[in-house]
Design a protein around this ligand. Sequence first.
Ligand code: AMP
Length: 359
Amino acid sequence: MPRLPLAPGSTLGVIGGGQLGRMLALAAARLGFDVAVLEPEAGSPAARVAAHSIVAAYDDPAGLEALARLSDVITFEFENVPAAAVDRLAALGADVAPGARALAVAQDRVAEKTFLNAAGAPTVAFAAVDDAASAAEAVAKIGAPALMKTRREGYDGKGQRWVEHAADAPAVFAALGGRPVIVEAAADFVRELSVIAARGRDGAIAVYPLAENHHEGGVLRRSTAPARAPVEVAAQAERIAHLILNGLDYVGVMGIELFELPDGRLLVNEIAPRVHNTGHWTQDGCEVDQFEQHVRAVAGWPLAPTAALARVEMLNLLGDEVDAWTRLAAEPETRLHLYGKREAKPGRKMGHVNRLSPL
Ligand code: AMP
């Protein structure tokens, strides 16, 4: 186990080499840490700003051994880290934060909602379905229209379809690949919000102000923060964050996606045991952003204050939208964050801007 708080000069291991890993690495470097990145793709966005790069599959035993040898603490930038990799790291005596429990819960939509409800964090009604034969019954019980989602490996709106009538359920189940699914009641939400929260090694919790999020085609397009919301709504989000983070004995930053109902109640849509796209506004809207906050938490440092210093509109730059970089760089009160990806495929997250205005 590492000696905590981790001293500057120590090495933070990061599983995953995308933009979240890159921004984590930059924040870690600011605090004097070296970073080792494990990522199968050579020349990844994170590897290009890290001291050490291990190019190997996430579950490659030699790659994981190299990561464990180099790192004092290991974290990750995505939730689909194979359970076998986490077990392997544990067997090597590595310290992984957030831990295996948070990953297991976040990787399976049924385990996630079961945990959330047990912790006292409300969600939509749901049912687990393992075969076509029980799909119609589940939709009839939950009420149509219902949303059917694969239990595992869905992201950015992929692996999910609406079921308009219970009779359609077996066909939708087949169209999703015949894999285990969750059937969710339709949330009658007025808007989507999220909250970024951190829990330290000592159990201290720090919660950022709410963000309001707009998606297109299942992909986040825009967040505004702090979201204009009644104090009761903000207080609910804070309470929910405490229940979830304490319930998982969590260490690190978590993104919690919420639905706001017409009566002001919040439901949890899903949790991401990592830094989150809807938290990018904190880079320019707060004293200490979600990336440094995550590094502080896993390194056993004190958490930083989370109050907003500015209002931020965060816009993702998807695909060739990034080509507008000269224009964006010339805009006043606009901070440009580019991920250094070599190729701008359609819909690919290439960067983002944070547009600032006074609170
Ligand atoms: P997810 O992949 O679970 O985050 O879902 C992607 C998007 O689908 C969400 O951001 C919502 O806009 C929508 N969505 C997900 N679950 C529900 C639900 N139970 N009811 C209504 N809309 C949903």
